[in-house]
Write a protein that binds this ligand. Structure first.
Ligand code: SAM
Length: 350
C-alpha cells in the first residue's frame, strides 16, 4: 500500500454506485468506505475505492481478474522503467495515430477528465497525469490497482478504483477521453463493455481502444489449443508452460535464423518474403514472445498474459467497425496491425 492515500475525499465522492448511479458519500471509518443512499458500502482500501468484491462478477471474468492479479504481482512495475515505458509509449502513439508525443500531449492538455479503463499497474495513468490538466481516473478489475497506486504515488488529481469497466462507478457522459488499451477483449461481453464505455464519454469526447485481431488459421488453431489447456491447468503448470514458450522464443531469437518463403499461401495467411524464423513462428504458429531488452520474468508474463486469461476474444476489423457505427461514433484513426486493432473515435456532440 502507498504511504499516502492516492485518491482525495473530494475525488472519491465523484464516484457513483455502479448499478444504480446513486451518489456516494465518504465515511472516514474505520474502516473508510463509500456509502450509497440505500446504505450499501464500498470499501476504500489504501485510498483505492473497491467495487469488485461487492459486484457479482461472472465466473469467467472473475478468473481473468485473478490471472491479471497474479501477473501484475510478478511484474508490478512494468512500464515504469525506461525500456518497457518507451516501447509502449511508441507503440501507443503509432497505433492511435499520433505523429509524436508532443501532439498527444497537446491533445491531453485539452482533456479535463481522463479515464484509463483497465489501467494495469498504471503506466498510462502516469503518462496522462503528466500531460492532462484535470482528473485522471484509473480502473482495473484486478489488484493491479494497488501496484498502480504505488507506482504513480499520491497525486491530487488521481482517482483509482478496483472495478469492472462494464459497470463503472462513474455517471454517463463523465469523461472527455477514455482509453481502453488491450483490455476490452478480456471482458466477459466485449460488445456490451464497449457500449458501456461509450456511454461514459461526453458528447464530443474521444474513446481510444485496442482489441486482439483474428490471426492466420495455424496460429488461431494453436492458440485455441493452448488456451484450452492453459486456462484449466493449475497455476504452477501454467507458469511452466509460459516459461517453456519463452525459452523457445529466446533460443530461436539468439540463433538469428532467417528463412525464405517463396510464394504466399493466403489460405494459411502466409506471406512471401524473407523472415526471421522466431518472428515467423511467432506470427504464424504460436506465441513464443521474447524481447532481449526485457528481463526474464517480464518475457514469461507476456506469454502467460496471452494463454492464461479465460476471457480473450479476437476480432476482425469489419466487426469492430460495425460496433463503432452502431454506437454512432466517428473513426478518427484506425490501425489494423498484425496483433490487434486500434481505434480512436469521437462521439458526436448531439
Ligand atoms: C493486457 S492488460 C493491459 C493493461 C494496460 N491497459 C496496459 O496497456 O498495460 C489487461 C488489463 O485489463 C484488466 N481487465 C480485464 N477485464 C477487465 C474488466 N472487466 N474491467 C476492468 N479491467 C479489466 C486486467 O486486470 C488487466 O490489468
Amino acid at each position: 500500500m502507498p504511504a499516502e492515500a492516492p485518491s482525495s475525499t473530494e475525488l472519491l465522492e465523484l464516484l457513483v454506485e455502479p448499478h444504480t448511479g446513486s451518489p456516494l458519500h465518504l465515511v472516514a471509518g474505520p474502516p473508510p468506505r463509500l456509502e450509497s443512499e440505500s446504505g450499501r458500502a464500498y470499501p476504500v482500501d489504501g485510498g483505492v475505492a473497491r467495487f469488485v468484491a461487492a459486484d457479482a462478477l461472472p465466473a469467467e471474468q472473475a478468473a481473468t481478474g485473478d490471472t491479471f492479479s497474479t501477473k501484475w504481482a510478478r511484474v508490478d512495475t512494468f512500464g515504469h522503467d525506461a525500456a518497457t515505458r518507451d516501447f509502449h509509449h511508441r507503440w501507443y502513439l503509432e497505433r492511435y495515430g499520433w505523429p509524436d508525443e508532443a501532439a498527444f500531449a497537446a491533445f491531453l492538455g485539452q482533456q479535463a477528465r481522463v479515464l484509463d479503463a483497465g489501467c494495469g499497474v498504471g503506466r498510462d495513468v502516469a503518462w496522462y497525469l503528466a500531460h492532462a490538466p484535470g482528473l485522471v481516473a484509473g480502473v482495473d478489475i484486478s489488484t493491479a490497482v494497488d501496484a498502480a497506486a504505488r507506482n504513480v504515488g499520491a497525486h491530487p488529481r488521481l482517482l483509482l478504483a478496483q472495478a469492472d469497466l462494464a459497470n463503472l462507478p462513474f455517471p454517463p457522459g463523465f469523461f472527455d477521453y477514455v482509453a481502453c488499451d488491450q483490455v476490452l477483449h478480456h471482458t466477459f461481453d466485449p460488445r456490451a463493455s464497449f457500449d458501456h464505455l461509450v456511454s461514459r464519454v461526453r458528447p464530443g469526447g474521444v474513446l481510444a481502444f485496442y482489441v486482439y485481431k483474428v490471426k492466420g488459421p495455424l496460429r488461431e488453431f494453436a492458440d485455441d489449443h493452448l488456451r484450452s489447456l492453459a486456462t484449466r491447468m493449475p497455476e504452477a503448470e501454467a507458469l511452466r508452460l509460459s516459461e517453456a514458450l519463452t525459452r523457445f522464443g529466446q533460443a530461436l531469437t539468439e540463433q538469428r535464423l532467417t528463412m525464405e518463403v517463396p510464394v504466399a499461401i493466403p489460405e494459411l495467411g502466409i506471406s512471401a518474403g524473407r523472415f526471421d524464423v522466431q518472428r515467423w513462428l511467432y506470427w504464424n504458429v504460436f506465441k513464443c514472445f521474447y524481447n532481449a531488452d526485457w528481463d526474464w520474468e517480464t518475457n514469461v508474463m507476456t506469454n502467460y498474459d496471452w494463454y492464461r486469461p479465460v476471457t480473450a476474444y479476437r476480432y476482425r476489423p469489419e466487426e469492430i467497425r460495425e460496433w463503432i457505427a452502431a454506437a454512432g461514433l466517428e473513426i478518427l484513426h484506425e490501425d489494423v496491425g498484425d496483433a490487434g486493432l486500434s481505434y480512436r473515435c469521437r462521439k458526436p456532440t448531439h
